[in-house]
Design a binder for this molecule. Structure first.
Ligand SMILES: Cc1cc2nc3c(=O)[nH]c(=O)nc-3n(C[C@H](O)[C@H](O)[C@H](O)COP(=O)(O)OP(=O)(O)OC[C@H]3O[C@@H](n4cnc5c(N)ncnc54)[C@H](O)[C@@H]3O)c2cc1C
Length: 805
């Protein structure tokens, strides 16, 4: 056994085997995999091992396509062929309108990744799967690539290839301790000795938190017991003369696929059960939990209704095993927060279908620092510290219960709520707020017009739109108040802070004290990694502000840039909140609330920051605007926020002050052409492609990513545009395809109705030849081809007169 290595992968299930194989593909051959028992002895060996191309975003679809291509290649390897039933096809059933609406959106999104789904009516669905009835069936989504694979053979095939490429794989070698050295390398302890590794990868499946504990980390991963039944042969299958397609049902919570001449039927029961929360028996290996058929009886009854032939046959085997979940159902693939040279590929709930792709993306990140797709949806930092085990458990149960019920637009589910309520929560509630969650923070989305108002989470325009429109018009004509809690705010102090930041931000920083500027930071290849508002509070004190979701991301990244001696980074997320005042009467209203401070344009111009007192409360106020109206962000200590809100509300009485929510902001920021991090700004595109050239100084060669960006010479893969949709049939949704004739030429990143300009707007990356202003194209929205025109990106007040007024 080697005693030094580039990377140790801990765990030999599909996650570990895929990771080590792909590390060798990316050029790291001196790597090791350590498995405490046999390969696949955790969950992988007993997986139902379905492999679908269906995914909730384009990264997921892309990585699943990689799995499928890889598995096809492995299956066809003459030296070591493996069993892969590829292309049986799969049906996602629809028994409600919104299922079909969702499938239309996923079909459009998949098209952009080169994946063709088909929408079928109920009769055609039943023709393709002769065992199902059409009772209550409205149709189905067809995935022609669906299939299943032999999980053990798959892992052996990956391990075999990795070994051939130079990797060492050691079975019966449990990792018992991990210790990080000052140079960020690791000592990995096993019962066969110690290994000095540059990197470690946690691929420990349901034991990932045993490994986490060795590095003092708790990953937000919880296991559920999950069962499937295997039936005796079914005459209908024998008679069909073809393999049965796979089935997944969002109404009845089951899946099925063919197994020999019978079916494998799996259940996501409402009365579900967590597993291993009180510790895991060290001898639980190649093991299952006791059969528990009673738990799934209600689901089984519905399965019988959908496939009556099942009542005619027997069940010969029950499999009940642990399956890992995270709070949002997507795995944790990437850097472990707060650690260096430590990675994970854990929390896989569909590891056979996805594992090939996850290992591929992880290996790219480890070797090259970045993968071919933006991997934020998988990034372990996306939950920040809020995701402890109780929270994770609540969300995991909810997710398990809703396995095939995808989220509808703006749907925020009830579990794990009120995790980070603001002190103003009750105030917002009394005002009628409908809340959503951003990084755990409860934020008002809009204010209900009647107490019993029920928002419709539709893929079309809905009853919420007029409510949002009224909020927008009120802000535009009068003045509005909102709380933006959870905003990521890092105080950076120390001598030389601006010099340090100058090497990180690819454009100009605010030159003068008291000024605020927007900056972008890049990956090493020159793509957009993040966006920050830099506020210069004093010579050696800066506030770095960014999206709530970026809390751990930005802090982790900044800490990774080796802050010089004397520079300190302090998160002010938990200690502060923002109260936002926006609208033409903001200045008058603030003058009333705080007459000691001059709010005049000459004294407090756009893009400046002041520390002052409002109603005796310390506040840091920035004259910045995401809405395009005259606006002030008032940053205040959370424990003072109620008092400040009350004082502002009082001052606002004379100005018709009204609360507004995040949906109004969303509509207004799209009218202004402002971007959202990880919706419109992500690391698949550079700032030039993202239409942010004005924020880049190509001569800043010392700044991360700038030289690589300059070397591209302005050549664009795609270009960021705003599209006016000439139809009010429905809004577009992030991920919808932009088309030219039958070809996909782009993808929508964000969309909303612009209420001030009366336009149905979408932002998108499109092929360069379709990016010119005035260019006509179509958007594939809800199964229809909607005409659109590329328009100037700033739809509202392009001269910024309102903000500067
Ligand atoms: C009943 C059931 C049906 C399923 N059906 C499907 C399906 O149809 N399609 C699909 O895609 N997915 C399915 N899944 C999920 C899928 O099986 C899992 O996502 C996948 O197997 C997880 O793989 P893994 O490598 O993360 O974990 P595991 O397979 O559990 O591998 C982790 C490995 O780490 C090892 N390990 C742990 N601690 C240490 C240590 N300290 N030192 C060394 N080694 C260690 C373990 O021994 C284990 O071998 C199903 C799961 C269940 C339970």
């Amino acid at each position: 056994m080697r005693t030094t290595t580039r990377a140790v992968v801990i765990g030999g299930g599909i996650a570990g085997c895929s990771a080590i194989y792909h590390l060798t593909c990316e050029g790291w051959n001196d790597v090791m995999l350590l498995e405490r028992d046999e390969l696949t002895s955790g969950t992988t060996w007993h997986s139902a091992a379905q492999v679908t191309n269906f995914g909730g975003n384009q990264t997921m679809i892309g990585l699943k396509s990689h799995s499928i291509k890889l598995y096809q290649e492995l299956a066809n390897d003459p030296d070591y062929p493996i069993n892969y039933h590829h292309g049986d096809g799969g049906l996602r059933l629809a028994s409600e309108n919104w299922h079909l609406d969702g499938y239309k959106h996923f079909q459009s999104m998949a098209k952009g990744m080169g994946v063709e789904f088909e929408l079928l009516n109920a009769t055609e669905a039943a023709r393709r799967h002769p065992l199902i009835t059409t009772d209550g069936l409205m149709g189905a989504l067809w995935d022609p690539m669906d299939g299943d694979i032999d999980p053990a053979q798959l892992c052996q095939a990956l391990a075999r290839r990795a070994r051939k490429a130079g990797a060492e794989i050691h079975r019966h070698t449990p990792v018992t301790a991990l210790r990080q050295l000052p140079d960020d390398t690791w000592i990995v302890t096993t019962d066969k000795g110690e290994i000095h590794a540059e990197h470690v990868v946690n691929a420990g499946g349901y034991r990932c938190n045993e490994i986490g504990e060795m590095m003092d980390v708790t990953l937000p991963v919880v296991s559920m017991e999950h069962q499937y039944f295997l039936t005796e042969p079914l005459q209908g299958i024998i008679d069909a003369g073809h393999r049965m397609p796979l089935l997944r049902c969002p109404t009845d919570d089951f899946y099925s696929r063919q197994e020999k001449e019978g079916l494998l039927v799996g259940f996501y029961e409402q009365e579900c059960k967590t597993w291993g929360l009180d510790g895991i028996d060290p001898n639980f290996t190649m093991a299952l939990s006791p059969d528990d058929p009673d738990r799934v009886l209600p689901v089984l009854e519905n399965v019988f209704k959908r496939m009556p032939a099942l009542m005619e046959t027997g069940i010969h085997t029950i499999v009940n095993g642990p399956i890992t979940y995270t709070p949002d159902g997507l795995p944790l693939v990437g850097r472990i927060p707060g650690k260096r040279n430590a990675w994970c590929i854990t929390g896989l709930r569909a590891g056979l279908g996805e594992g090939g792709g996850h290992g591929w993306l992880l290996a790219q990140e480890m070797v090259h620092g970045q993968a071919c797709y933006d991997t934020w949806c998988l990034d372990p930092r996306r939950f920040s510290q809020r995701a402890d085990i109780p929270y994770t458990t609540a969300k995991v149960i909810e997710d398990y219960q809703n396995e095939f019920r995808f989220h509808r637009p703006h749907e925020f589910r009830p579990a794990g709520r009120d995790l980070r309520p603001s002190p103003l929560h009750e105030t917002h509630q009394k005002q009628g707020a409908e809340f959503g969650v951003v990084n755990g923070w409860e934020r008002p989305l809009f204010y209900k017009t009647e107490a019993d108002f029920q928002p419709d989470h539709s893929f079309h325009f809905s009853n919420v739109d007029p409510v949002v429109e009224a909020e927008v018009q009120h802000i535009h004509n009068h003045v509005g108040i909102a709380e933006v809690n959870g905003f990521n705010r890092i105080e950076i102090t120390g001598t030389g802070v601006m010099e340090w930041l100058d090497g990180l931000i690819c454009g100009r920083l605010p030159k003068k004290l008291g000024k605020v500027g927007l900056g972008y930071f890049l990956t090493k290849t020159g793509d957009v990694l993040g966006e920050a508002t830099i506020a210069r509070l004093s010579e050696d004190r800066v506030w770095w502000g960014s999206a709530a979701a970026a809390q751990d991301h930005d802090l982790d990244w900044l800490n990774g840039q080796n802050p010089p001696e004397g520079i300190a980074l302090t998160s002010r997320v938990e200690s502060h909140t923002i109260i936002l005042i926006a609208g033409p009467k903001s200045r008058q209203m603030l003058t009333k609330a705080c007459p000691d401070q001059s709010w005049e344009r000459t004294d407090f111009p756009w893009l400046s920051v002041k520390e002052c007192q409002i109603a005796g409360i310390d506040a840091t106020v920035m004259s910045v605007s995401f809405s395009g109206e005259l606006a002030y962000e008032i940053h205040v200590a959370i424990d003072q926020s109620k008092a400040l809100y009350a004082a502002l509300s009082l001052a606002g009485e004379d100005f018709n002050l009204r609360p507004f929510g995040m949906f109004a902001v969303e509509s207004m920021r799209i009218e202004k052409g402002y971007r959202h991090w990880k919706a419109d700004l992500f690391n698949e595109f550079d700032p030039i492609e993202s239409d942010l050239a004005r924020f880049v100084k190509l001569d800043k060669s010392d700044c991360i990513g700038v030289t690589a960006l300059a070397a591209k010479g302005g050549k664009k893969r795609r270009a960021f545009v705003t599209i006016k949709i000439s139809s009010d049939f429905a809004p577009a949704h992030g991920g919808d395809s932009v088309m030219h004739e039958d070809n996909v030429i782009g993808t929508v990143t964000s969309a909303a109705y612009g209420h001030r300009v009366g336009e149905n707007l979408a932002m998108a990356f499109v092929d360069v030849e379709h990016a010119a202003i005035g260019h006509e194209l179509t958007l594939w929205v809800q199964g229809k081809m909607l005409p659109g025109t590329v328009v100037e990106p700033c739809r509202f007040d392009p001269e910024n007169q309102n903000m500067r007024s």
